[in-house]
Design a protein. Sequence first.
Length: 578
Amino acid sequence: MKHLDKILKSALAANHILTEHDANRYLTEAHLQHVPYKNYLLNNDIVNERQIAIALSQNLDLPLVDFRKINVEQSLIDKIPVKFVWYYKFMPVEMMGNVLLIAAAEPLGVKIIDEIRLNLGFPVKLGIVTETELLDALKKYYGLASDTIDRIISSQKGQAEAKPDVAASSSWVEDLEQKTDDPTVAQLVNEIILEAYIKRATDIHIEPYRDKVRFRYRIDGVLVDANLPDKVKHFLPQILSRIKILANLSITEKRLPQDGSAVVKTKDQQLDLRISTMPTPRGESMVVRILPSKVMLFSLEKLGFLDEGVIKFRELVKRPHGIIFITGPTGSGKTTTLYACLNEINTDQRKIITIEDPVEYEMEGLTQIQVNNKINFDFSTGLRSILRHDPDIIMVGEVRDLETAEIAVRTALTGHLVFSTLHTNDAASGVSRLIDMGIEPYLVISSVEAFVAQRLVRVICPKCKIEAEEVPAEVRSEMVHALRLNPSGHWPIYTGKGCEFCHNTGYYGRTVIHEILPIKDAIRSAILNKARADQIKILAMQQGMVTLRQNGWQAVLKGITTFNEVLNVSVKDDESGS
């Protein structure tokens, strides 16, 4: 190890990345702390991985490998066993004649090079790559957790199935980054969850089929393959059992759906997992929702609300009483917006109580209650009890039935401010939904302050953002009409080209588009006259409401998202009222 430290010190000094004095000083400090020189430099942000790779490459006259510009052939991957590349920590790059070019994050000794040559049967040439790029390449070409899967199979001496790790308990917080020398299904599950978190996935989907099992991550609202080796299908029952154990679910019950939760941790934070299973003819299907505890954005601006929307929203949430409904389909960010609203008005002088199913995020200063259908503790029951605790503000996770809706209305009429959600396509449809439930129109206009509809759209990747070359004429025409733009003017529309940072999707993260329908006098009259939802929407637009579609086009003009995203999540506004 000290030999490698000296090589790196000389390389950094020779390439003027560090002075000779600093290079020696840092080496001494690393040895005093008993850590490798490379780790010391990286942990203290003295140099970065790219600088180290360049220095070693130039000083040792070794080629610098960049996997972003290289496509490794599958035939080469098939020739070299996964256990071999993980053991020696190298990645095959290409055959140059009869010589194999391999990439490693640090110079390999002559003895190791000879071992690789003897095992593979042909000469080897070494190249240098950053450690991050090396690990990414191993995951890309050999598959996520391929080393762990291969070691589990080896440890079982050819047996197709592993015994489930049933000695676990849900009473502790599982450390995803804890490594062990003994490969287990538990470690495999940890690697799958950790990779999902690193890639910013919100859900892990495990789907069994006749001859295979598919693992997919939902990233920025879109499902992408998790790139696990085919051998993982042998461990599906054990993987599901391990996750069930974490969530304190029954591992023997495979005929009925189950729901549970678990807590795991990384170096950065704790992750709340929501686990749901569903029986299928080919086995159990499972979805794991990942809820990081530290990344919640409790401000309207950070959620993506544009300036005018923030002003209108703040006026609503500061009302003394009434109901504000956030509407939209499942997965449109309604709960996150509710928490942003509560954060705006969360003070020591107010008592705020929430009732949810489940409690998705913990927030200081709130009394949070979770419904439990197993003991018949539902939204309506909880809402009755909440009123005895003298709250100023109440958040109801979702209004699903007449009983809950009636209690929420009465609560608003008695001087409380209530936040809740409805599953509707737009803001105006919220009125129809309440009336369909059985709420009288006069109660709707007396209690509801506003309906806010929202959708999530993907944000253009900032690293590869370019002006779109082609925009359909009908899109430009609709934008001109919706935003009253100058038809002859030039207003650029952007897209994402796709890069390593965004995994070649062209998008990184998501933001909100919305429409706010305040219940004003003209709208109240229309509701009393039992107007249809589309008629209410036209009336609101005449009074200045910015629709979901219009707000989406505003986000496109600002270079936040693409026109395709807006087309995917919204419908064209019908201004005829017919």
